[in-house]
Every structure is written in C-alpha cells, then in structure tokens.
Ligand binder design. Structure first.
Ligand code: DTR
Ligand code: ZN
Ligand code: ZN
Ligand code: CA
Length: 450
C-alpha cells in the first residue's frame, strides 16, 4: 500500500472518531462564549508579602472636608484653571512633604491656563519595579467634585500617609500621582505618560486608578483590563463577602487610559457615576435601583454630603491591600506563576492556522530558559497538527511538526522552551494548524508556567 493508503486504512480502523468529532463540534459552538473570559492568571503566593493596615475612613473623610472647604473658599469648585485646583494641589503636596515623600508639581499649560500634576515618590524600593497609583484632583466647574474625584484623591493620599506611618520599606518603588485636568480629557495624566522615556515606562509594572470610590448609591466595579490586577481586587472583595462586577463603561473614561495605551498594565476601582443601578445590583449591594450610582455626578451637589462612607472605607482599604501586596515581597518573579487560557478553540480541518492568546503581566525581566508550555488539544489524529509558541515579539518556537507516523490522538503534554531571549510580559500565542484533511479537533486549554 502507498503511504497515504496505509494512513487511510489506519484512520478507518479508528472507532472513536465520531464521538471525538462531536465533542469538537460542541466545543467550537461554545468557543465564542468562552473566549472573552477564558484567559486567567494565578500567581503563586509570594514570600514575604506584608499585610496592609486598615485605612481609617475618618482620615479619608477629613481630607474630603478640606477639599470641600477649598472649593467653598474658591467659587465652589476645584476645576482646571481655577484657584481651587492649585489650592487642592498645595494641600496634597503639603501632607506628602510632611510625611517624607519626595514630591514635585509637574506643570503644563492647557487652554491658556497653567495646571499641575502632583507626583510623590516614596524613597526606596527598586525603581526598575515601580508600582504607581493615581487619582484626578480636578473637579468640573459645576461643583466641588467631592466624589468625583475627591474620593480617589483622598483615598490614595491617606494610603500614602499610611505607607509613611508604617515606615514601609517595600521591595518595589512606590509612586503616587494626582492628575490635573482629567475632566477636559485626561490632560494631566497624558502629559505625564507622554513625558516618560520608553525605558521609564517599562519600569512601571502596574498603574492603579481610583476615580469615584465613594458614590452615594454605590456599586463595586473592578477594572478588568489586566487579569492579575483584576483578581487582586476581586479576591479582596470576595474575602470581605462583597460582590463585584467588572467595570464595563469602556476604556478611555479615566486616567488609566494613557497608561494602558502605553502598554502599562492597569487596574482600579469605581463605585459608579451617572449609570442607573439595576434591581439585581440593588439586591446585592443595597441602595436604590432605578437611580444613578451618583445622582450628583458633575453637579453642584457633589459635596461632602455626597459620599457613602462604607464604600469609601472598603475601597480605601482595598487600595492599601493592593499597594502592600504588589509593593512588598520580592522583586524576583515567583517561580511557578501560571498564566492560562481555558477557552476552547476549534482547529479547522486542513485549514488556516488558529491562535489562542495568554497575556503575561507582572513578571519582570525575561522568560525562563525552561519555560513550561502545557498544551491540551483534543484531536482524532495528532499527526495532522503543527504547533508553535509565539513570543510577544512574534518569534516562533516550533513545539511540534506534522507527521504521518504520529498515529495517535490528542496532544496533552508539556513542552519546555528556552525562552530566555524573550521578555516575559506581553501576549504569548499558541498557534495550531491542522495540515491534513479528515481528522479534526480543538484546543481545550493551554498554559505557560514561569
Ligand atoms: N469620567 C469620569 C468618571 C467615570 C465615569 N465612568 C467611569 C468608569 C471608570 C472610571 C471613571 C469613570 C469623570 O467624570 O471623571
Ligand atoms: Zn468627572
Ligand atoms: Zn472623575
Ligand atoms: Ca485534519
């Protein structure tokens, strides 16, 4: 018999074909549902991570009272180009200077008026591994902006002061930013990010944003931009017994946007603005359904009365939890960190290559010389398959060639790849091509272990 004839004969003798094909078809149908939530990361516990202190909500509220007084004394707002903005910046800077931070007012001009970002560095820590936290300090002209975004400004300020009180000596470098002119389109944060060299950008391992964390009819929304930072907050709230939802208003609504666009992993919290709370949301979070999370959003009534103390307290504590977790412990990547995509992906028979992505964040430096690539492909004839690992920069590593002699089903194995020439962080892809007709299958899941 000729080689293809032998192969066909062996294929015909395989009895499981139809059952496996049915599973593949079902998986292909489910794949579209599974893809968006499919990727996940589960870092191994880190050694030496310190527990965060409780952030006293009374202190956060005292900062809000000061910001309210500043607005009252300056025409009722703290908006770009108005005296209330500079007074707010001076207040924040004064507290940070007294607590031992190295602070600068970074000035810029917008619309004919000067404004300032307040940037505060906590001395020490490895600046090649910087954790940055931010909130916008400007209000709209309509009101004092106490929830938007006095709340985030006060929450990160009190957390910074808690870092000082604790005498924290984190392994990573901590930097805090209060942005000007967010309300005109993230002007201050964009100026900051644009002013960083690409090397400086690459040193920021995470940027966490807090814009509106005290909404009076609160929701608990977690930015879902980065799997690791998303889980950090979600797990925290799960531990408190508080349900969360992903923040889905879309990118580009606050100061994390320029950081994200520069390739920096971003996360954050949000308690809701002008969107209406549903009855399902009221059932899990309390409050009033059919009403906005913040009825005073961008209005004159966004005063110190426009705050829910419970959400402000919990979210302030969550900020501290994130900073302590990300900043303390070791800067060497924990071994055994797993990044996985469990979304099923159909592999077309004798068709084009398909790819599945896994985004790696928070692992500094290069990938290891023994990167573990766990692959779980269900297929009726594995000899049809060509499999490559594609590094974030596009470099391909051949894991498996097609072979007419490879007469078994499924590829369920772990490959070891010397990926030490590749930056660890970024989007890795598994590329699968089925190069011969008849037998079919699907990718069940795959993972990278660092
Ligand atoms: N645009 C922000 C408030 C805002 C509305 N939706 C979101 C979602 C995520 C963060 C912030 C926001 C402002 O007016 O400042
Ligand atoms: Zn606003
Ligand atoms: Zn805001
Ligand atoms: Ca095939």
């Amino acid at each position: 018999m000729s080689e293809p004839a032998v192969r066909r004969a062996i294929r015909r003798s395989r009895v499981r074909r139809s059952a496996v094909a049915a599973v593949a078809a079902a998986a292909a149908a489910a794949a579209t549902l599974l893809v968006p939530g499919g990727a996940s990361a589960s870092p191994a516990p880190r050694q030496g991570v310190l527990a965060a202190p409780d952030i006293p909500v009374a202190n956060v509220k005292a900062h809000l009272a000061q910001l309210q007084s500043i607005a009252t004394a300056n025409g009722g707002n703290r908006a770009h180009g108005r005296a209330g903005y500079k007074a707010s910046a001076d207040y924040v800077k004064g507290k940070l200077d007294a607590a031992g931070f190295t602070t600068v007012l970074q000035s810029y001009t917008y619309n004919g008026a000067t404004s300032w970002n307040v940037i505060a560095d906590w001395p020490g820590g490895d600046t090649a591994h910087t954790i940055m936290v931010g909130a916008h300090l400007d209000s709209v002209t309509a009101g004092p902006g106490i929830n938007d975004d006095g709340s985030g400004s006060a929450g990160i300020l009190e957390t910074a002061l808690a870092v000082s009180r604790a005498g924290l000596q984190p392994a990573k470098h901590l930097r805090f930013g209060w942005w000007g002119t967010e309300e005109a389109g993230m002007v201050g944060s964009s100026k900051y990010v644009n002013g960083l060299s690409s090397s400086d950008r690459s040193k920021i391992e995470a940027y966490l944003n807090f814009d509106m964390i005290g909404s009076p009819n609160p929701g608990y929304f977690v930015y879902d931009d980065d799997a690791r930072l998303d889980s950090l907050f979600k797990d925290y709230f799960t531990g408190l017994g508080v349900a969360t939802e992903p923040e889905t208003e879309g990118d580009g609504r606050s100061d994390h946007s320029p950081f994200k666009n520069a390739g920096i992993p971003v996360g954050g919290l949000f308690s809701g603005a002008d969107y209406i709370k549903t009855s399902a949301q009221a059932a899990k979070w309390g409050g009033t359904s059919g009403q906005a999370f913040d009825r005073c959003y961008h209005a004159s009534c966004d005063t110190s009365a426009n705050i829910d103390d419970t959400v402000l307290d919990r979210m302030s504590d969550a900020i501290a939890h994130a900073i302590w977790t990300l900043g303390t412990g070791s800067t060497t990547p924990p071994t055994g960190t797993v990044f996985e995509n469990t979304a099923d992906l159909a592999v077309p028979d004798a068709g084009a290559a398909v790819t599945s992505s896994v985004t790696v964040t928070g692992v500094s430096g290069n990938a290891p010389a023994a990167l573990q690539v766990g692959v779980d492909i269900k297929h009726t004839w594995r000899g049809d398959l060509v499999i490559d690992l594609i590094a974030p920069d596009g470099t391909a590593y051949r894991l498996k060639n097609s072979s007419s002699n490879d007469s078994a089903d499924n590829v369920i194995t772990t490959y070891t790849v010397n990926a030490s020439g590749e930056a660890a962080n970024g989007t890795w892809k598994l590329k699968i091509q089925d190069v011969a007709a008849q037998d079919t299958g699907y990718l069940d899941s795959w993972k990278l272990t660092f």
